[in-house]
Design a protein. Structure first.
Length: 251
């Protein structure tokens, strides 16, 4: 019994060294990395940075491939409709085929738009993560601050600074020229065309077709903006390094 009491605990015993579970969203105090003696710390940070960049590249490569497939299918639909008109004119076969093609194109375009919105949200989260890494670079070498163009905070202000490269006055142009806005415009045109075709199928005149087309396009834009406002909400649940002066210590 005495020999058992004097025996040191096994190093692999989980009771001897309890595991430490990191808290989600926890942050180190400012300057903590500067005092760290961990070897290879800059290499670890740069490896994570390149991993995030690679993820961004693969995400947008996949998104652009889907957009290319969608536009190719829409172009093929238009070619088939032109050939159909040459054979049957603008009669019932053409109208049925046009409505079917427009509906199929709108479904494909909407699914592609959902993927683009999700990819844009993922891209924003990746940029926030890279902003945190730049924050770590500055903690290791504060003298690098004047040479950085992108932000070192992960709140909405830091995200916009990185997106616009320090030129927030061009934010509207960034939004209008974005992939999401382009795809929304194409889908709105398809939705308006589908509305006009349905009105024509019910023997509507030019005025009815115009109204149906405009309302269809505007309705699609409204629904798309509503979804985008939820996807791109500025209230992010995990902001670790907000802009502005650090909060005073409590307690």
């Amino acid at each position: 019994m005495a020999a058992q009491e004097l025996t040191p605990p096994n190093e692999t015993d989980a009771r001897a060294v309890p595991p430490v579970t990191p808290t989600a969203g926890s942050t180190a105090p400012p300057g903590a990395l500067r005092d760290s003696t961990a070897p290879g710390l800059p290499v670890f940070l740069s490896t994570e940075h390149w991993s995030l960049l690679g993820t961004r590249s693969m995400t947008w490569s996949e998104v652009m491939s889907r957009i290319t497939i969608y536009l190719t299918v829409v172009s093929a639909f238009l070619v088939v409709l032109v050939l159909t008109v040459q054979k049957t004119g603008f009669g019932t076969p053409f109208r049925v085929m046009a409505i079917g093609f427009a509906a199929a194109a709108l479904v494909m375009g909407s699914l592609t738009a959902v993927r683009v919105d999700l990819a844009s949200r993922e891209d924003a989260d990746l940029i926030r993560a890279m902003n945190r890494l730049r924050r770590a670079y500055l903690e290791l070498s504060p003298e690098l601050a004047p040479y950085l163009t992108t932000a070192t905070t992960d709140d909405q202000a830091g995200l916009m600074q990185t997106y616009t490269l320090g030129t927030p006055q061009h934010l509207v142009l960034h939004i209008v020229g974005s992939t999401s806005f382009f795809l929304m415009t194409v889908n709105a045109i398809v939705a308006g065309t589908l509305g006009a075709l349905v009105a024509a199928a019910f023997d509507g005149g030019p005025a009815a077709m115009t109204v149906a087309g405009v309302l269809g396009g505007l309705a699609y834009v409204g629904v798309n903006l509503l979804i985008a406002s939820r996807v791109f909400s500025p209230d992010h649940p995990d902001v670790r390094f907000p802009s502005g002066p650090p909060a005073p210590p409590t307690g």
